[in-house]
Design a protein around this ligand. Structure first.
Ligand SMILES: [Zn+2]
Ligand SMILES: [Zn+2]
Length: 336
């Protein structure tokens, strides 16, 4: 009961309403903090909305900080996928401003709208205790699967015609992405692709009628890590894709930014592989491996030079492909 001693009289009244009949001594530390938050704020709608927004901001920028530090230390350059393109402080700041603009204009209202939608499909928010890990794990996997497929289809659509020219082109400003660029996108893109992240939990809950928002938070945190790390521009020997071969990782998405085409999915490699939209990527990887194998006795500089040459070729093809995509957009717009 010490939890309640520290709260105001109004808070106790609210707590009694919300948490009537709850055995607080059986709650773990996280659940107790959860209860304390809802009591402190006093209004479940505001408490959920504020927690969702703060979680997103803290995790997004918190996860970007290590990548900003890594970009500033030349030692890490050997693991940078496009080592000649390290973002400047100015570029990172410009990117941060656009990201913050999207967060306040699109994500904040969307997060606020999420609460009534979540309640309408019967999602638990203030309730304790939390579901077990065994219940949460398959749900989180389903959200990963759903988002990856949604993103693959929507992202491919965003690469065509006027959708590319007016919406997705902004995200492709950086041919060598960095952590902060994960959510650097047109507000319409933030909305379209954000749907893939939130529609999974909403649809799941509408059918299963059994989902706690804490599971959605775990999913959001993992999704943010996935998106930021995929844009980090670094592929370490210990990166997840070297342990889980179907995980996309930075290597996969960096190529998308460098080559403009190929690799449209987010978390997994299987849809690009099944639809053949990773043909150029796999061809490029083969070329790099073959060149390195044939130059076993060459110096480090010579090996790096050949890799740079192959990279330049892919990037040049990418610039042409982007111009074609835009031209197609103009043609389509004229004939419609
Ligand atoms: Zn793209
Ligand atoms: Zn990207």
């Amino acid at each position: 009961m010490s939890l309640f001693n520290a709260t105001s009289a109004a808070g106790i009244g609210q707590a009694e309403q919300l948490y009537q009949g709850t055995d607080f001594s059986s709650l773990n530390w996280f659940e107790q903090q959860w209860v304390a938050w809802y009591i402190w704020i006093g209004n479940p709608i505001i408490a959920t909305g504020l927690m969702s927004f703060l979680l997103h901001e803290i995790v997004y920028f918190g996860r970007c900080i290590p990548w900003i530090i890594i970009d500033a230390i030349p030692y890490f350059r050997k693991w940078k996928l496009q080592p000649d393109k390290v973002p400047t402080a100015q570029e990172q700041w410009e990117c941060t401003k656009q990201v913050l603009f999207s967060h306040f204009t699109i994500e904040l209202p969307a997060i606020w709208l999420f609460h009534p939608l979540a309640e309408a499909v019967g999602m638990s928010t203030w309730q304790v205790p939390f579901p077990s890990w065994k219940a949460m794990a398959p749900q989180v996997f389903f959200f990963f699967f759903f988002e990856d497929l949604f993103h693959f289809l929507a992202h491919r659509a965003l690469h065509t015609g006027i959708l590319y020219k007016h919406i997705h082109k902004l995200h492709h400003k950086y041919s060598a992405p960095f952590g902060l660029a994960a959510e650097y996108a047109h507000p319409a893109e933030v909305f379209i692709l954000g749907t893939g992240t939130l529609a999974g939990p909403i649809l799941y809950c509408a059918f299963a009628r059994d989902l706690h928002i804490v599971t959605v938070y775990i999913w959001i945190v993992l999704r943010l890590f996935q998106a930021i790390d995929a844009h980090s521009g670094y592929d370490f020997p210990w990166s997840l894709q070297h342990i889980v071969p179907f995980w996309s990782g930075a290597d996969h998405h960096d190529f998308h930014h460098m080559a403009f085409t190929n690799n449209y999915s987010t978390s997994f490699r299987w849809w690009d592989w099944a639809c053949g939209t990773d043909n150029k990527y796999r061809e490029y990887k083969k070329k790099v491996d073959a060149a390195k194998a044939s130059m076993r006795n060459a110096t480090k500089e010579q090996k790096e030079a050949i890799e740079r040459k192959l990279m330049d070729e892919v990037e040049k093809e990418g610039i042409m492909a982007e111009a074609q995509a835009e031209a197609r957009g103009v043609f389509k717009a004229k004939t419609q």
